[in-house]
Design a protein around this ligand. Structure first.
Ligand SMILES: Nc1ncnc2c1ncn2[C@@H]1O[C@H](COP(=O)(O)OP(=O)(O)OP(=O)(O)O)[C@@H](O)[C@H]1O
Ligand SMILES: [Mg+2]
Length: 212
């Protein structure tokens, strides 16, 4: 039986990386083989591309360049890591995936959605996540949570309006595809977030239990 593919989405400081740890605990207590990964990145080459995308530079980064780099990393990640793991029955949990591209490079940067659809079709095809947990938090709260962080990358430093578009973009995608994208209220305490995530995992696992 193929593994399941779950992505974590949300803005800066929404709690994606924290949620990954909750998911890891749940998978371990259910004896489910898993692989944790992230985007952009996930393989040595894709991680190098991540550095190219996120590092500060004295040059304007063209929107199309940014978009193609993200998809280049994703092609490598899918072929070398995600697909082989799923084939052998391992669940794959990714900190960000395709929804982030639609939201950051599409909605927030105003990228051409038709072009994005074509790239998604070409690079991702039918390898979309089986489920996505969207950690939703007001922009100010998310940014407050990461403000202590020493290192801020190129996207962390975008304006509040940019991050607001990111939040709206994720919520729009969730309402367009409620079957796949489950919204987690990430403004609540860590314990309350953990409870919501576990509830979703139990429901998904139950729904998938008939799959072959
Ligand atoms: N529900 C919560 N309540 C309080 N603090 C939280 C909560 N969720 C996460 N945090 C804290 O907020 C900070 C950011 O969380 P985390 O790193 O998980 O976010 P992220 O979505 O991965 O951020 P980034 O987009 O920058 O990778 C961490 O210090 C984490 O401990
Ligand atoms: Mg993170």
């Amino acid at each position: 039986m193929k593994g399941k593919f779950i992505s974590l989405e949300g803005g800066e400081g929404s709690g994606k990386t924290t949620a990954i740890h909750f998911i890891q605990q749940w998978l371990e207590s259910n004896n489910i083989p898993y692989l944790m990964t992230r985007e952009p990145g996930g393989t040595p080459l894709a991680e190098e591309i991540r550095q190219l995308v996120l590092s500060e530079r004295n040059e304007t980064v063209n929107d199309v360049t940014e978009l193609l780099l993200v998809f280049a990393a994703r092609a490598q990640h899918l072929a070398e890591k995600i697909q082989p793991a799923l084939e052998e029955g391992t669940w794959v949990i990714s900190d960000r995936f395709l929804d982030s591209t639609y939201v950051y490079q599409g909605k927030a940067r105003g990228g051409n959605v038709e072009f994005l659809d074509q790239l998604a079709d070409w690079v991702v095809g039918s390898n979309n996540p089986d489920a996505t947990l969207l950690l939703d938090v007001p922009v100010e709260l998310g940014l407050e949570r990461v403000v202590q962080r020493q290192h801020q990358d190129r996207l962390d430093k975008e304006s509040i309006e940019f991050h607001q578009k990111v939040r709206e973009g994720f919520l729009e995608r969730a309402s367009a595809d409620p079957q796949r994208i489950k919204i987690i209220n990430a403004s609540l305490s860590l314990d309350a977030v953990k409870v919501q995530i576990e509830k979703q995992l139990i429901a998904l696992n139950h729904a998938w239990s008939g799959d072959v």
